[in-house]
Design a protein around this ligand. Structure first.
Ligand SMILES: [Zn+2]
Length: 333
């Protein structure tokens, strides 16, 4: 994806990338930049377009993986084996929506709905559905190191693995300190195939860069956000909130964001804090921000809004707990 694409083209690409539209890029294949996270579901039609291979890992388990991602993984593993003495293995890659639903059902039966909702990714909203997300482990001195706690003991091995990801079109997906953007804590083993060495290098060369922010940045060639004059929040804090709004907006099929502005400190009222806590039980939010946006829907838009229309002062509400990052909780009028 080149940053010289027109705003409209970017918007369409991103609408495809973020799941609101049917996954039909021009070559009829997969969109390897699709964003699937807790806010953005697997694009429609993905499972029909997906071509996978099956392998058996060193634990004797079947692993299913998208075929191009698999070829890249084989090359990455060969490089690491040859040049770094690291023997990579694949723990899991693709999980279908049906498999995720099975896991969810088992957790609900065993632990109840609340616990299941907190622990298991909602079916449809896991990057593993794409077949492009890989959970790695490695063999060390003839032993498999695959429990999360054990793998965390080898930062020097992960450092070597991460250093080579971009050369094969992979990125590290869940970075340290970015849980408020990705929705997940640090996972050195979870990598994502993006099918472009150039894009992977661009993302991996910027410390702390997440796919969410990178896609939001691409979607945003001209837009300047008006952060107003806040006495509560610094601009960096508001930027973190705005990024999440832009990422979510990118899933509005065929819409063009014209303006985004901070609504003012008065939105952080006790009443609004309570309202967002009621919407999102158990999060213990203590602060709230509101953003307002103006945007245009194209004639091709289909969804809950009207096609080919202007929208003004559309609201975005985010909240955060003590010491936590912003969570997008509600949007609309
Ligand atoms: Zn994973």
């Amino acid at each position: 994806m080149k940053k010289t694409l027109s705003l409209l083209a970017l918007c369409v690409v991103l609408a495809l990338a973020t799941g609101a539209a049917v996954a039909e890029p021009s070559d009829g294949g997969l969109d390897y930049l699709a964003l699937v996270n807790k806010l953005n579901p697997l694009p429609e039609g993905w499972e029909d377009a997906l071509e996978t291979v099956h392998i058996t890992n060193s634990l004797g388990r079947d692993v299913e993986i998208e075929q191009r991602a698999y070829d890249a993984y084989v090359a990455l593993a060969a490089d690491l084996e040859e040049n770094d003495g690291i023997h990579l293995e694949l723990d899991s890659a693709r999980r279908s929506i049906a498999e995720q639903q099975d896991i969810m059902d088992r957790f609900i039966a065993k632990y109840g709905a609340d616990y299941a909702a907190k622990t298991v990714a909602t079916p449809g909203f896991s990057e593993h559905h794409t077949g492009l997300a890989l959970d790695l482990y490695f063999r060390l001195d003839g032993k498999d190191v695959y429990h999360n706690e054990d793998m965390m003991q080898y930062p020097e091995i992960w450092e070597k693995i991460h250093a080579k990801l971009a050369d094969y079109g992979f990125i590290l997906r869940y970075l340290e300190g970015k849980e408020h953007i990705t929705g997940y804590g640090y996972e050195p083993w979870h990598i994502r195939y993006v099918d472009s060495v150039e894009i992977a290098r661009e993302i991996m060369s910027q410390p702390g860069m997440t796919l969410e922010v990178w896609l939001g940045a691409v979607n945003d060639p001209g837009l300047t956000v008006d952060y107003g004059a806040s006495e509560l929040y610094g601009e960096a804090e508001l930027e973190e909130a705005a990024v999440q709004v832009k990422c979510k907006f990118a899933s509005f099929d065929g819409c063009e964001l014209r303006a985004l502005r901070y609504a003012g400190d008065e939105a952080n009222s006790a009443e609004n804090v309570k309202w967002l806590n009621d919407l999102d039980e158990g999060k213990n939010y203590v602060q709230v921000v509101e953003f307002l946006s103006d945007f245009h829907t194209t004639a091709a838009y289909s969804g809950v809004l009207e096609p080919d229309s202007e929208y003004a002062d559309y609201q975005w509400w985010l909240a955060r707990a003590e010491g936590g990052g912003w969570q997008l909780v509600s949007w609309g009028y």
